[in-house]
Write a protein that binds this ligand. Sequence first.
Ligand SMILES: [Zn+2]
Length: 265
Amino acid sequence: MTAARRFHLFLSPHLDDAVLSCGGLIYRLVAAGERVAVHTIMAGRPPRPLPQSPILADLHARWATAGDPIDARRREDIRALSQLGALARHTAIPDCVYRVTYTPAGEPVALYPSEESLWAAIHPADTAPLLLDATPLLYPQTTALHIPLGAGGHVDHRLVRDWGRRLARANPGLDIFYYEEYPYSLNQGAVEAALAALNPPLDLAPILHPLDDDALAAKIAAIACYESQISTFWRDAEDMADAVRRDALVVGGGIPAEREWQPRG
Ligand SMILES: [Zn+2]
């Protein structure tokens, strides 16, 4: 441990993943005087015109955001993170449901048009891996990098995880953590599958971050800022708060906690 103020950078695939997974830890770090930033990668605007796809029709109805859903989602993220005392940065790669290729006639065709496609192979025409390769560590003062583990196997989470691993190799002085993505992490076998899917393999040890009442309350209040996203996972904000409390107890084996994984040695 050094006396210098540490700087924690969380890589978040979407506008909510870091807070859903590590909102309590972020609160704790800020309360301990450390600095925290959350860099959300797939926060780009949709293409114009939008492609037609079943998943977009469904998502836009579910999010119920007026106007451009990305503007609304970015505002939710800034509110949640400023409440926790963390910086918010957004990169303009669109969510995979907005990534397209074009027909010879110039019509946009969705690369990930269905629910199933979100968990399948990365589309060969997807330029996100190349864009990520060209994206540096946004904060050179970073001392600890928190990377999504890929629990659940969403295509954007796998892409950001692999990019995070490349950043870790390019910046060998950093402390590296892999966070379990909540609520996917609660699905049977999701974390084990993510650990087994790491390629090249990594020897990781779990690290529990216990959450006191303040940290848990701050996490719930921050998640509540993502109003458009609540209905994806829960009935309403109250149902979310109950689930977050209950699930944190499961993670910590009786005391509320969040879990990350750290390379051994
Ligand atoms: Zn996500």
